[in-house]
Design a protein around this ligand. Structure first.
Ligand code: SF4
Length: 371
């Protein structure tokens, strides 16, 4: 039976972690009886790092005048990053960028058009809510019209980044120029009405309180009741290095906070099929351990990535690394697509041939995640 908001808040704050874990694992295996943990072969490049939104938790963005600021043409972006993805055996590209007044809906549509035309075997999983909202504003059209233009070009899924914590109080403190909780939810539910599948995320571990997290999960649960368009929920912790927000953060979320959020979200989000944990955002050891807290998905290989990298957080793996981590954690690896359909399983396959471009060539930075 569905648990109420009040009961949820009590559980989230006070239940022993072991109790949450037990309930979460029960719910996970009721939804996914097989011990598969899924992953996707993906890459997360960017088309621009110029951004006018000034989120104080972000170390990635640059002002237009910065020496290392860039804004690539659609053709350059697709040629460079999709050609690399193709050589590396990547199946999905999660393309995102900063937010500024030169990004029109025509530019976003052109990215999708070129990707689908030139690389039909790679799935375009493009643009967070704020990027689409901004392109609509710059182009003088509604968010719905912008989403429809992307749909008509062939895009079918959107990533759920930029939700942070769906709380007006938190938004005012960390990203006052961003669309608020209602804007993020409205864009996603509008996308669902058109036919898109989207993911939902949460970035916690800064100034939020337990009630803010509850409100976030409640908003997602209600939206999912309405549209059934969210494919998964993926929480991750705030990375502080080189960000302005770090000065305001007085306590840091450790691995127990991560396990608690994962387990509780599996219990509370009873209308979400998939809960994603991450080797990438939390580190490999915590990531593997977290699979025992209700998650059934382990994210992607994330071959190219610049947002966490900007905070000196460098964590790398490849196709075989995913197989190894999932097995070490006690589960069976299964590759999926961006709709969360399983596309390959690995019974009797110890390792696979990984193209040179898809292999890890860099040591993990093993960052100081939790002080
Ligand atoms: S998080 Fe996104 S919107 Fe915010 S400053 Fe960074 S690039 Fe811009």
């Amino acid at each position: 039976m569905r648990i109420s908001f009040e009961e949820g808040l009590r559980l989230f704050q006070f239940a022993p972690l072991e109790e949450l874990q037990e309930k979460a694992q029960k719910a996970r295996f009721e939804k996914h009886p097989k011990p598969y943990v899924t992953f996707v072969l993906d890459s997360n490049p960017n088309y621009t790092n110029i951004c006018d939104i000034d989120c104080n938790f972000c170390a990635f963005y640059r002002k237009k005048s910065a020496k290392d600021a860039y804004f690539k043409t659609a053709a350059e972006t697709i040629q460079e990053h999709f050609e690399f993805a193709k050589k590396a055996g990547i199946k999905t590209v999660l393309l995102q960028g900063g937010v500024h007044e030169e990004i029109t809906i025509d530019y976003l549509v052109e990215l999708v058009r070129l990707a689908i035309k030139n690389y039909p075997d790679i799935h375009p999983h493009f643009f967070s809510a704020i990027e689409i909202w901004n392109a609509a504003k710059v182009s003088g059209i509604t968010v719905k019209e912008a989403l429809q233009a992307l749909w008509n070009t062939g895009q079918r899924t959107l990533p759920g980044g930029g939700a942070e914590v769906l709380s007006e109080r938190v938004r005012l403190a960390i990203s006052p120029k961003k669309i608020g909780p209602n804007g993020w939810l409205d864009l996603h539910t509008t996308a669902h009405d058109i036919g898109f599948k989207t993911t939902a995320t949460m970035m916690y571990g800064h100034i939020e309180e337990p009630l803010d997290i509850m409100n976030h999960l409640e908003a997602l649960r209600q939206a999912q009741d309405q549209t059934h368009g969210f494919s998964s929920f993926i929480p991750w912790s705030y990375k502080k290095t080189k960000t302005a927000l770090r000065r305001q953060v007085t306590r840091w979320a450790g691995k127990e906070a991560y396990f608690r959020i994962l387990a509780f979200s599996r219990i509370y989000l009873d209308n979400f099929s998939h809960i994603g944990s991450s080797w990438f955002s939390e580190g490999k050891e915590i990531g593997m351990e977290s699979l025992k807290y209700g998650a059934d998905d382990f994210g992607g290989t994330i071959l190219e990535e610049n947002v966490h990298r900007a905070t000196d957080f460098i964590n790398k793996t490849d196709h075989n690394g995913m197989l190894e981590m999932i097995r070490k954690a006690g589960f069976d690896p299964a590759q999926r697509d961006s709709f969360y359909n399983i596309t390959r399983t690995y019974e009797n396959i110890n390792s696979v041939d990984v193209p040179l471009e898809g292999r890890v060539h860099e040591e993990d930075s093993m960052p100081i995640l939790h002080l």
